[in-house]
Ligand binder design. Structure first.
Ligand SMILES: NC(=O)c1ccc[n+]([C@@H]2O[C@H](COP(=O)([O-])OP(=O)(O)OC[C@H]3O[C@@H](n4cnc5c(N)ncnc54)[C@H](O)[C@@H]3O)[C@@H](O)[C@H]2O)c1
Ligand SMILES: [Zn+2]
Length: 333
């Protein structure tokens, strides 16, 4: 299969390219950072690149925390205008198969159960609570402590920042494209992706990158809140393999199908820092009690749909993956 990989020079995209090659496909890299560079917002460039292509794997995006609104226009431009230009060009070229890099950020705070009220959806945490070190969200009905659960694909979307809003809009645009053209769209909602080639700590990087970069400077990883925030850390090669199987599988025509793409094994951020520091040979992490407004407390995936529907299974476990990442190279700015 000939696959156009947008963002194919990036952290995840480059591993998608490698996975496709390994499986005998023909990936074509389309990326502003490639040589020659090409922008997904350029209809003529996208149109040319789609010639003879069977499917598109759309990884290109401006990534990050999306805190504040100063760069909202740039996020919308690269992520949503870019997706719209790509989809229009696919319709024009008759390319009917899309796999999109989705994100768990579309869920917001995730899934919680109150002992009295069952499933509840807590809103953003209050500054007064965070300042007082009360990090766990409480039941909006009774104020009791909550038990975090696994988020399924049918959970309502609740994007909490600009980046999250643009990732959700990408899915809505892809669904509209699928309905109009009869094409099939799959969104792989990645959880916290880590592994070799991860960008170094820019304001846009993930938490594993912050810790790994601190260790490389000889500093202790600084863990926010109390370190007990749950995340699902999924290895970049497993994410790349998920893209390959999603491209190969038959998908429902005229619709978008979403799959959580996580390891299925939630770990706390504190555990991750300890695993990485131990594998690197120190120093030990420090838990600071600081917080970032807009961070969600827990977010963990139920990735069983991807396993059952597409037969995907993560191959790299937490301990093994973190040990490798502690020694792996990272990408400079
Ligand atoms: N890293 C994660 O944990 C994570 C989690 C969820 C979702 N995602 C999604 O995965 C995808 C890949 O992210 P990544 O972590 O590899 O980031 P990355 O920054 O390494 O890769 C993105 C690539 O897209 C390219 N790009 C950006 N704007 C472009 C444009 N207008 N035209 C062409 N190319 C453009 C960049 O040059 C870069 O190479 C993104 O869509 C991101 O939203 C990542
Ligand atoms: Zn309650």
């Amino acid at each position: 299969m000939r696959v156009l990989v947008t963002g194919g020079a990036g952290f995840i995209g480059s591993q998608v390219v490698a996975a496709l090659e390994e499986r005998g496909h023909e990936p074509l890299v389309f990326d502003v950072r490639a040589d020659p560079g090409a922008d997904v917002r350029d209809p003529a460039a996208v149109g040319r690149a789609l010639s003879g292509v069977d499917a598109v794997c759309h990884q290109a995006a401006m990534v990050g925390l999306g805190q504040g609104v100063a760069d909202a226009a740039e996020y919308v431009s690269r992520n949503d205008l870019g997706t719209a230009v790509l989809l229009a060009a696919m319709a024009e070229a008759g390319v009917g198969r899309l796999v999109l890099a989705g994100s768990m950020v579309v869920y917001g705070e995730g899934h919680y159960a109150c002992p009295r009220h069952g499933a509840v959806r807590p809103g953003p945490r209050a500054v007064t609570d965070l300042d007082a070190g009360r990090f766990e969200p409480t039941c909006p009905e009774c104020g009791q402590g909550l038990r975090p659960g696994l988020v399924g694909e049918d959970a309502p979307a609740d994007p909490r920042n600009v980046y999250a809003a643009t990732k959700l809009a990408q899915e809505h645009l892809a669904a509209a494209w699928a309905r109009c053209t009869g094409g099939s769209a799959v969104s792989l909602r990645y959880h916290n992706v880590y592994g070799p080639g991860m960008p170094r700590d820019t304001p846009y990087a993930g938490v594993a990158s912050f810790f790994r970069s601190a260790l490389a400077r000889g500093e202790a990883p600084r863990v926010f809140e109390d370190g007990r925030q749950l995340r699902d850390f999924v290895h970049v090669r497993d994410v790349a393999a998920a893209n390959a199987v999603a491209l190969e599988a038959e998908a429902a025509p005229g619709a978008l199908t979403a799959y959580n793409t996580g390891s299925g094994e939630p770990h706390t951020v504190g555990e991750m820092a300890r695993a990485l520091a131990a594998a690197y040979g120190g120093p030990d992490p420090v838990v600071t009690g600081e917080y970032r407004l807009g961070d969600v407390r827990h977010i963990t995936a139920d990735s069983s749909r991807l396993r059952s529907a597409l037969g995907w299974k993560p191959a790299t476990g937490f301990a093994e993956g973190m040990a490798e990442f502690a020694r792996a190279g990272m990408r400079g700015a």
